[in-house]
Design a protein around this ligand. Structure first.
Ligand SMILES: Cc1cc2nc3c(=O)[nH]c(=O)nc-3n(C[C@H](O)[C@H](O)[C@H](O)COP(=O)(O)OP(=O)(O)OC[C@H]3O[C@@H](n4cnc5c(N)ncnc54)[C@H](O)[C@@H]3O)c2cc1C
Length: 454
């Protein structure tokens, strides 16, 4: 078949590019290839009862399918250039913010009308953080929550399904440059189009690497973030989360002057497994529905590792550390902060006697056998720094789940139009290495759609 535009990947990047293309030019013939299932068929078998841990389904219902990696996420759309990607370096700060606000308007129009927008602007916590050697980053955040995020995706799919052709369970295996345009292979078949938008996210990182190497598209090595997910009673952080919902706080360690930051805060949320290419790591989310709220808050503490020549495989480094935890714990390891500081493994008895009830069934263990000393020292320092603005953070019973790894795709060399050295071939979202978040990925989709229709 011949189309005007091929989109590879139906995550936020792919969805928002399809949405904007249709809106700007309804006559366009568009096909979206998606390796995973339609939204309603995305079901992770982990039920905490019969299936307690990841059974490595292919495709993974959490990472693949309509909605991409964000479908069961907490749906936090951060409107900021301070984190979540470097889109502003390509398209300018004002444009990036304008597009993120536009994405927010669409989310609100498609089901998010009753959700909250939080902001750090003018907050008294900036001062409190500064007084304790912490930096609170500026952002506005729309918290859709896992449930409303799902509703928004459902509504957007209903809007698009008759205007765009979706091919689910159809991973594109190879991309070929033809004259003119692009040919996308899937199984023994192929489709062609004048323009192609690749938006394959983190789960498509390996495939993206092969496309870049086959087509000689230059790439740059990137970073990996490694750390733990902290879970504690929600009341300890409630003064922050009630006002800001999510606070991105950065700490510079005294020992190594490394930066440790909070990431993905989930008030009254749950800790969950995440599966990236068969490796089980930890993540978290929370619900807007009061009935689904828990008594705990969780957030990640991450340390970024940037590598220089000759080492290029930053993700490989993160994977090896995650594999270690999988080897020792059969998946994710959980440890009480008090046990970590005392240099002993946690066990179920001590966890059960503690005040924090874990929301994820992980294996009690010893994170010091998994995380490099420098990273672990940074995390311990950060927990004590946070204890000054949220007393109780460094309690013995605070739970640390490991490991949390944020894999970043290698950065694809792109123009200010997010176009490769092949005219009409665009790479957007997390798969490009440019974005690492829902709002930046979605905004990048809108941006290329406008470039194509201009
Ligand atoms: C559990 C979890 C919680 C998160 N919470 C938040 C949050 O609250 N806020 C936030 O900003 N970010 C969050 N994130 C990150 C966010 O989900 C991503 O940044 C965002 O989804 C990136 O969008 P994307 O479209 O670039 O890629 P993705 O969402 O990863 O979508 C890519 C899609 O491409 C498909 N694909 C891959 N390869 C191929 C191929 N060869 N052929 C066809 N299809 C292919 C995949 O199946 C996938 O559906 C979370 C991530 C996870 C996993």
């Amino acid at each position: 078949m011949k189309y005007d535009v091929i989109i590879v990947g139906a995550g936020p990047g792919g969805i928002f590019s399809a949405y904007e293309l249709v809106k700007r030019d309804p006559s366009l013939k568009i096909v979206v290839f998606e390796a995973g299932n339609p939204l309603e068929k995305r079901k992770c078998p982990i039920d905490g009862d019969k299936v307690k841990s990841c059974v490595k389904c292919k495709p993974c219902a959490i990472m693949n399918g309509f909605g991409g990696a964000g479908a069961f996420s907490d749906g936090k759309y951060n409107i900021t250039n301070d984190f979540g990607g470097t889109l502003h370096e390509y398209i300018g700060k004002d444009k990036a913010l304008e597009l993120m606000k536009y994405v927010d308007e669409i989310n609100v129009a498609y089901g998010g009308q009753d959700t909250h927008m939080f902001s750090t602007a003018g907050s008294e916590f900036k001062k409190l953080c500064m007084q304790n050697k912490l930096t609170l980053l500026d952002a506005s955040v729309r918290h859709l929550g896992t449930d409303i995020n799902y509703v928004v995706l459902e509504n957007m799919y209903n809007e698009l399904k008759d205007k765009v052709e979706f091919k689910f369970l159809t991973p594109v295996t190879k991309l070929e440059v033809i004259e003119p345009g692009y040919r996308a292979y899937y199984g023994d078949s192929f489709d062609e189009a004048d323009k192609c938008i690749i938006s394959v996210g983190r789960s498509g990182s390996k495939w993206m690497e092969t496309v870049c190497s086959d087509l000689n598209i230059p790439t740059m090595s990137n970073r990996v973030d490694i750390g733990v997910r902290v879970e504690l009673p929600a009341v300890i952080f409630s003064h922050l989360t009630d006002k800001l919902y999510e606070s991105k706080i950065v700490y510079r360690t005294e020992k190594f002057e490394d930066k440790v930051r909070t990431f993905c805060m989930n008030p009254n949320g749950i800790v969950v497994n995440e599966n990236t290419n068969g490796i089980v790591t930890v993540n978290g989310h929370s619900f807007e529905d009061p009935a689904k709220k828990t008594e705990n808050t969780n957030f990640a503490l991450l340390v970024s590792k940037h590598f220089s020549e000759p080492f290029k495989d930053s993700n490989g480094y993160g994977e090896s550390i995650a594999r270690l935890s999988n080897m020792l714990g059969g998946g994710v390891i959980v440890q009480r902060f008090g046990d970590l500081e005392r240099g002993r493994r946690s066990n179920w008895k001590r966890i059960e006697e503690g005040t924090v009830r874990p929301t994820l069934a992980a294996t009690p263990g010893d994170l010091s056998l998994v995380l490099p000393k420098r990273i672990l020292d940074g995390i311990i320092e950060m927990v004590h720094a946070l204890d000054k603005i949220a007393p109780g953070t460094a309690n013995d019973d605070t739970l640390l789940y490991g490991v949390e790894v944020k894999f970043y795709n290698m950065e694809v060399e792109l123009s200010e139009n997010l176009e490769t050295n092949y005219p009409g071939l665009y790479v957007i979202g997390d798969g490009s290495g440019v974005t690492h978040s829902l709002s930046h990925a979605s905004a990048s989709g809108v941006y290329v759609a406008r470039k194509i229709t201009e």
